[in-house]
Design a binder for this molecule. Structure first.
Ligand code: PLP
Length: 412
């Protein structure tokens, strides 16, 4: 820290301000977390200096002895954590992992069956403006409009009609347990490959708090920075040796050059943390806290899509509380109070994506700080005080948010 502040105070001021923002706000974005000091430290090491194109034992540069060791460690820990035979720890991000996974399975023009972003999918699952929507023939499945759960009859009907090469399950805003076995049944019926994108739930899966995609999925991708609480990055997993070989080729040289070895070291540390018993306790608390938040918000008059949550996140439909309230306004007012959220479209949202009728809330980061169910119920009350007054109470609530942050400091 002193190094940066001495050499470049302009950058240091910004970093310090962000450090302060994180310390004194309640982070409720479902895809974010507070990585451990060890994970963060690893990213500021000399491992960043090295080119290590290729894989352990087969690099295109000299001097990779220690990079081989750290990548092997990361791969072995990832395999142990997710109970699978192969892991590629090099993708720079979740979207990069998906790019390489798609290219390992599909040729340009092949059909992919996925859930659109408007129903909770991720943009890399086929949005027109993303590479996935440009290079592949994307066919959608949907949520049941009443239950807001995956409409498996429709998944099957679409699979039978369009005979996709690949079916994707795993989402960015789906609060319920994913039935991987049911997806695999449909995939087998039409000879498709099943890809599970477990970016959001990876930590829960690793801790046994959500069913594993294995043995059902042929291939799984994830980010490492959400519930898994590692550095920003991606990961690809499989049990299939042929798929594993293609994945390795599609990551490097298919879509990336040199791996971020400092981030791979941080991934190894995060996987090591996730293998410890405390991580299971943490993920159990994440789920308990989400259930407590869902119940409290329902009591305050909000509607939760699908009626609640099974995992770490929920989608709040703001309309039953106040029909004029939008996700965009709610996000800004809550931020004024120091509660950080993101507006999110709800299924069949009549409002456009930059406005929305919903908020997505998650408990991974607050649980890392040590909040438990009673504390979470207080947070629900703070949220309601802000929203019920159209933001008027934000500065009052900000004091309670600050006190809560002081009671539960970030990991240092
Ligand atoms: N897949 C899912 C389901 C996600 O929710 C996300 C990120 O939000 C990604 C992939 C992409 O991850 P990244 O932002 O690291 O590219």
């Amino acid at each position: 820290e002193r190094l940066i502040s001495d050499q470049d105070p302009a950058v240091w001021q910004i970093i310090a301000a962000e450090q302060d923002r994180q310390e004194y706000t309640l982070e409720m974005i479902a895809s974010e977390n507070h990585a451990s000091p060890a994970v963060i430290s690893a990213m500021g090491t000399c491992l960043t200096n090295k080119y290590a194109e290729g894989y352990p034992g087969a690099r295109y540069y000299g001097g990779c002895k220690f990079h081989d060791q750290v990548e092997d460690l990361a791969r072995d820990r990832a395999k142990e954590l997710f109970g699978c035979k192969f892991a590629n720890v090099q993708p720079h991000s979740g979207a990069n992992a998906n790019t390489a996974a798609f290219m390992a399975i599909c040729k340009p023009g092949d059909t992919i069956l996925s859930l659109p972003i408007s129903s909770g999918g991720h943009l890399s699952h086929g949005l027109r403006v993303n590479f996935s929507g440009q290079f592949y023939n994307i066919v959608d499945y949907r949520l049941d409009p009443d239950s807001e759960l995956i409409d498996f009859d429709y998944v099957r009907a679409q699979a039978l009609e369009h005979k996709p090469k690949m079916i994707i399950c795993g989402y960015s805003a789906y609060p319920r347990t994913i039935d991987f076995a049911k997806f695999r049944e449909i995939a087998d019926e039409v000879g498709a490959i099943l890809m599970a994108d477990i970016a959001h739930i990876a930590g829960l899966v690793a801790a046994g708090e959500h069913p594993s995609p294995f043995p059902h999925a042929h291939i799984a991708t994830t980010t490492t920075h959400k519930t898994l609480r590692g550095p920003r990055g991606g990961l690809i997993l499989t049990n299939d040796e042929d798929i594993a070989k293609m994945v390795d080729r599609r990551v490097f040289p298919g879509t990336q050059g040199g791996p971020l070895m400092h981030v791979i070291a941080a991934k190894a540390i995060a996987f090591g943390e996730a293998l410890k018993p405390e991580f299971k306790t943490y993920q159990q608390q994440v789920v308990k806290n989400a259930a407590a938040l869902a119940e409290a918000l329902t009591k305050h008059g909000y509607r939760l899509c699908s009626g609640g949550t099974d995992n770490h996140l929920m989608l709040v439909d703001l309309r039953p509380k106040d029909d004029s309230l939008t996700g965009a306004e709610a996000e800004v007012w809550l931020e004024d109070a120091g509660i950080i959220t993101n507006k999110n479209g709800i299924p069949n949202d009549p409002r456009p994506p930059k406005v929305t009728s919903g908020l997505r809330l998650g408990t991974p980061a607050l649980t890392t700080r040590g909040l438990k169910e009673d504390d979470i119920r207080q947070v629900a009350e703070m949220i309601d005080r802000v929203l019920a007054t159209n933001g008027q109470a934000a500065s009052e609530v900000a004091k309670d948010v600050r006190a809560m942050c002081e009671r539960f400091p970030m990991p240092h």
